[in-house]
Design a protein around this ligand. Structure first.
Ligand code: GDP
Length: 591
């Protein structure tokens, strides 16, 4: 980063308009850059931090974007416990670098210490479990690949009390270890480190501790710090009890409580359809007590709890705070990451869902790109010419190569090719509407143009061009762009003459005579009239005469008479010089 570079702080996501304002750029330029990167966005649409970074880089701005620190507030539990709140089990996430042993650790914990119960009912993968240590339940959240968990991020993180960070003793701190540490800190969760694979020959727990202490401010207790690090072997079931004790110990440092006498509320962790059962949804209860027969609302879905099961498929009469459960009875699948709550009756549930759906639609409408938006954006002033295209192709691979090739057509920066829309599949009425709104040409590669869409395109004067061969598409796009290039002006010098006498000067005509001093002159040429090397006028030669005869050509050293057409009265004098030339407009071609 150069010293001149500015640092701008933006949130995790930002609207196009806000970003333009932050960067002090016209919105159109930003929208254009997004188009170039295949993102069709309006001023009100949100883009994420990473996209903003890419755009800033592509624009070559001397700016560094910094992510606004996530305010801790957003990561708090939905509800603060009241005076009446009761103790609840800690919620623990197991995280770490791939292959460091998260799954093995979870298996190890669950195989020996799980609440025993009849398996059966629902055996699908569940992403939350419970174990018992010293008579106290501990809720464990599985965080497969971290991505699924990222979707739950805000609320999932807010619910996480403790993060067990698994680090392999023979491998040390790796990128996902660092990610897990960051996650725990963002979530305001306590950290317990499990130094795994202690049974392995190359195990070096001190190296792990040293890395964590020196690079990540996690100081082991035995070195005077406050992070508990437990050596374990997940594979050989060693150190598991000590690890769980450590989890309970750090949990006890926080007062983990939740209200019970309130309507149940919590988080949707997973949802899928199952044959014969309908929707099967995993929930984590945050507060209150969930029972069969309760009416649930989550986002735009609702339902009545038909069956309530624990994570092993055992039927429950009720489920209190920190309990992972599986319910059936949702009419539609909720999204994971949705908050669920219970309401009095079905009527209220339905009303809430209707309102949520309306809200979602309104939100979608406000962020969708409409043809009119595009038109407005496109017709704003630009220095360069624009060619808007919509590309449709049969498969993703050909779509990508068509778009990449189009972008590679070199127009010397004079024509901006904008892909205002793209997609895989048949050309649709929507494509035509988008094209009409943005003045775009539709390029279809190995795709169909249904007759109804063709009629619409003809009515709206939208050009649709279909190809089966990629270079034909490119040739055509290139020639379309060539037609848009402003022609080049080429001037060719032919000869010079010195005025020896002026016979007549009219409003738009001068009759004069002179001597050709270089080259040759003919009729139908243009001439610059120069006096003391300065141009005083530009005139057209209408006729050339030699010895009172119309002459085709007059050469150097010869005298001649000239009839010149002028656009306004020009006073040509003896001694003025005329430079004769032709001027042509030459159509340009692209390289
Ligand atoms: P994950 O990607 O973090 O879930 O890692 P896994 O639990 O799938 O473990 C990755 C590999 O390490 C597997 O081959 C495990 O058998 C092995 N592994 C896990 N824990 C231990 C351990 O304590 N000792 C040894 N020797 N191998 C382990």
């Amino acid at each position: 980063m150069s010293e001149a570079e500015k640092v701008l702080v933006i949130a995790d996501s930002i609207t196009v308009g806000e970003l333009a304002e932050t960067l002090n750029l016209p919105v159109t330029q930003l929208v254009g850059e997004l188009f170039k990167n295949g993102i069709v966005a309006t001023i009100n649409q949100r883009i994420d931090f990473e996209t903003a970074e890419i755009i800033v880089e592509e624009l070559g701005l001397e700016v560094t974007l910094k992510r606004k620190e996530v305010e801790k507030q957003t990561l708090q539990r939905l509800h603060k416990p009241s005076e009446l709140a009761a103790e609840r089990p800690p919620i623990v996430a197991v995280m770490g670098h791939v292959d460091h042993g998260k799954t093995t650790l979870l298996d190890s914990i669950l195989s020996t210490k799980t609440v025993s119960g009849e398996a059966g009912g629902i055996t699908q993968h569940i992403s939350a479990y419970q174990t018992i240590r010293g008579g106290r339940p501990i809720t464990l959240l599985d965080t497969p690949g971290h991505e699924a968990f990222a979707a739950l991020r805000q609320h999932g993180a807010a619910l996480t009390d403790v993060v067990i960070i698994v680090v392999a003793a023979d491998d040390g701190v790796m990128p996902q270890t660092i990610e897990a540490i960051r996650f725990a800190r963002d979530a305001n969760a306590r950290i317990v480190v499990a130094i795994n694979k202690m049974d392995k020959e190359g195990a070096n727990p001190d190296m792990v501790k040293a890395q964590l202490a020196s690079e990540h401010h996690l100081n082991p207790e035995e070195w005077g710090g406050d992070t508990i690090m437990v050596p374990i072997s997940a594979k050989q079931h060693e150190g598991i009890d000590a690890l769980l004790d450590a989890v309970l110990l750090v949990a006890d440092m926080e007062e983990l409580k939740a209200d019970i006498d309130v309507p149940a509320e919590g988080l949707v962790i997973e949802a899928h359809m199952e044959k014969g059962k309908g929707s099967v949804v995993n929930l984590l209860v945050e507060q209150g007590v969930l029972k069969p027969g309760h009416f649930l609302v989550a986002g735009t879905s609702y339902g009545k709890v038909r069956t309530l099961l624990d994570f092993q498929g055992k039927t429950l009469k009720e489920a209190g705070p920190s309990t992972p459960v599986t319910v059936t009875g949702f009419k539609e699948l909720p999204q994971f990451g949705d908050i669920f709550s219970i309401v009095k009756n079905e009527k209220i549930a339905r009303l809430m869902v209707e309102r949520a759906k309306l809200e979602a639609e309104r939100h979608a409408a406000s962020t969708n790109v409409t043809g009119a938006d595009l038109l407005k954006m496109m017709t704003q002033k630009h220095d360069t010419q624009e060619m808007n295209v919509i590309v449709k192709a049969d498969v993703q691979g050909s779509l990508t190569s068509v778009m990449d090739s189009l972008r590679l057509v070199d127009t010397g920066g004079e024509i901006n090719l904008r892909v205002v829309g793209s997609g895989v599949g048949t050309i649709t009425e929507n494509d035509v509407r988008l094209a009409a709104g943005s003045g775009a040409v539709i390029y279809g590669f190995s795709v169909e143009l249904p007759p109804a869409v063709k009629r619409l395109a003809m009515r709206d004067k939208v050009q649709v061009r279909l190809y089966k061969v990629i270079y034909e598409l490119l040739d055509d796009a290139r020639s379309s762009m060539e037609q848009m290039l402003a022609p080049e002006v080429v001037e060719t010098e032919l000869g010079t003459l010195t005025i020896k006498g002026v016979f007549r000067t009219l409003k738009d005509q001068v009759i004069c005579g002179g001597e050709v001093t270089s080259g040759k002159i003919t009729a139908n040429l243009l001439a610059r009239v120069k006096r003391d090397d300065e141009q005083i006028a530009e005139v057209e030669v209408t006729s050339v005469q030699r010895q009172q005869q119309e002459a085709k050509e007059v050469f150097e050293g010869e005298m001649c008479g000239l009839s010149l057409k002028t656009h306004k009265k020009v006073l040509i004098e003896e001694g003025d010089k005329l430079e004769f030339f032709t001027r042509e407009l030459v159509k340009r071609t692209l390289k």
